[in-house]
Design a protein around this ligand. Structure first.
Ligand code: APR
Length: 232
């Protein structure tokens, strides 16, 4: 049984990391146009760098929660389980998940300004002006609005092989990431775990909606899937 887990900011909410569009979300405090668009990077790179330095510090201070740990347990128990995330934190990896596909980049890396996938580690504050070995200015390894999503084709290939797609903690508002559900086969079982009201659109009738917080809904579903797959 091929299981694919697709997560958004909600899976890290109980680790204390803000979501984007909830009432107290990041986009209530910062304008996307100032810190998370290609134009913002060109217009005010230092503000972008300090915004992501603050989010990196928050991530370093956060810990994986029961949902991250359950997803890592699922990967170990059911061979071939893949994790695709919109999140830029490393909580899936710190919980033990492997081979995680980050659609929107990673806070713990910086990238070349000329090659979008050529990265270097960054475990503290970035100092604006530092250069990549290729000579270009280093920048946050974040897919800004208006930029390409280099790993989206890979994510579609993975979703296209899913027997089960588990969607956790995403409003399904941002494309192309949200369109991943369309790439799951017609007979795939789709679960959505979210205490709110994500945009399930015309998928609604195909989806098993578990209206719970991730730390409650994910461990319960993981146990059920491990049983179904005959894992331990
Ligand atoms: N458990 C599970 N889900 C939760 C929890 C929780 N404890 N708390 C909130 N949520 C849900 C919300 O109900 C909402 O559906 O998490 C979702 C968060 O939605 P968004 O804030 O829109 O985050 P996300 O869907 O990941 O945003 C996608 O937008 O700004 C860009 O690049 C950014 O990757 C991000 C993308």
């Amino acid at each position: 049984m091929k299981i694919v887990v697709f997560t958004g900011a909600g899976v890290s909410a109980e680790s204390g990391l803000g979501t984007f569009r909830d009432s107290d979300g990041l986009w209530e405090k910062y304008r996307v146009e100032d810190v998370c668009t290609h134009e913002a990077w060109l217009r005010n790179p230092e503000l972008c760098v300090s915004f992501y330095n603050a989010r990196r510090r928050d991530t370093l201070a956060a810990k994986p929660n029961a949902a991250h740990l359950a997803i890592a347990k699922l990967q170990k128990a059911v061979a071939g389980t893949r994790v695709i995330t919109q999140n830029v934190d490393d909580l899936h990896e710190r919980a033990g998940s492997t081979d995680v596909v980050h659609l929107h980049g990673e806070l713990m890396k910086l990238r070349s300004s000329i090659d979008e996938t050529d990265t270097v580690p960054c475990l503290g504050d970035q100092h604006y002006g530092d250069r990549h070995p290729d000579g270009s200015l280093l920048r946050p390894y974040i897919v800004f609005f208006g930029e390409g999503v280099p790993y989206f084709p890979l994510a579609c290939e993975i979703a296209a092989e899913a027997d089960v797609l588990v969607v956790v903690g995403t409003s399904l508002n941002v494309y192309p990431a949200a369109s991943l559900l369309q790439y799951a086969p017609g007979n795939a079982k789709i679960y959505v775990i979210d205490p709110g009201h994500p945009e399930m659109g015309y998928y609604r009738d195909r989806i098993t909606f578990i209206q719970e917080k991730a730390s409650v809904g994910v461990p319960q579903l993981v146990e059920q899937l491990i049983q179904q797959a005959g894992g331990k």
